[in-house]
Design a protein around this ligand. Sequence first.
Ligand SMILES: [Zn+2]
Ligand SMILES: [Zn+2]
Length: 310
Amino acid sequence: MLIKILGSAAGGGLPQVNCTCCNCAAVRRGDPGIAARTQSSLAVSADGKVWTLLNASPDIRQQLAAMHEFAPDPDKGPRSSPVEAVVLTNGDLDHVAGLLSLREGIRFTLYASREVLAALDVNTVFDVLDRAVVHRSALTAGKSAKLCNGDRELGLEVESFTVPGKVALYLENAAAGPGLGTREGDTLGLRITDPRSGAAFFYIPGCATVDAALASRLRGASLVLFDGTLFTDDEMIALGLSSKTGRRMGHISMSGEEGSLAAFASLGVARKVYTHINNSNPALREGSPERRTAEAAGWEIAYDGMEIRL
Ligand SMILES: [Zn+2]
Ligand SMILES: [Zn+2]
């Protein structure tokens, strides 16, 4: 199984167009030790030829154009794409807006929770994805499904499960549930498996907290790509960038008693990679104390184009 990180930044990317934080400024200056990042998305393939995207970021056109794996095969006629499926973890704009760039008649299957599919269904802008060529398929949390494009199996299985999270910002007013409108299916974690080799990994780019159920699910995993949005819960407030804590945005922070560094310390996960990293996060800077803390705890910081073979 081959995994390609298309984008490793949280919403806004790095640099974010309107942001003057020290990370965004450093990237604009071309400082060493910090690289530009596009908004988070990942591609996975059983054979290196047919690909499934996990989330479709607003930067998808640039991401697919930049990597040779996603070039159309001229032997398949005037129009084709190696992207044959897209799986959404939630309805956040930085995870669904890229669907609009996949509208040129690309034939693929779109997988998401019933709740997220319903949100796309009522938003007519997504009707640009012609239902005759883009089949929409609901994931049931806790169940495994073979990834397919039409009748053709893509050689991978996806298991989705609900993780603590938050409904997408633009749906908050409509959310009827308690707290931040978190309902079953609003935020999913994914486990992708190659049934031939038995290789498997988790993709969890948005997660508010590691509860007991999630901890036991992840224990002993060979690879987890996890929500690395913020280093500290109030980091965006401290920098004057936002009035919201990470918790309010549905994102666990790396540090702190309830942070992901602490939560993963005893889980025995063989390879841990932070992705979906906000431009404000000091761990993006190589050699920073925060980066060293994460690395000392066994974490890697994802970068665009990062490749992992399982
Ligand atoms: Zn996001
Ligand atoms: Zn910034």
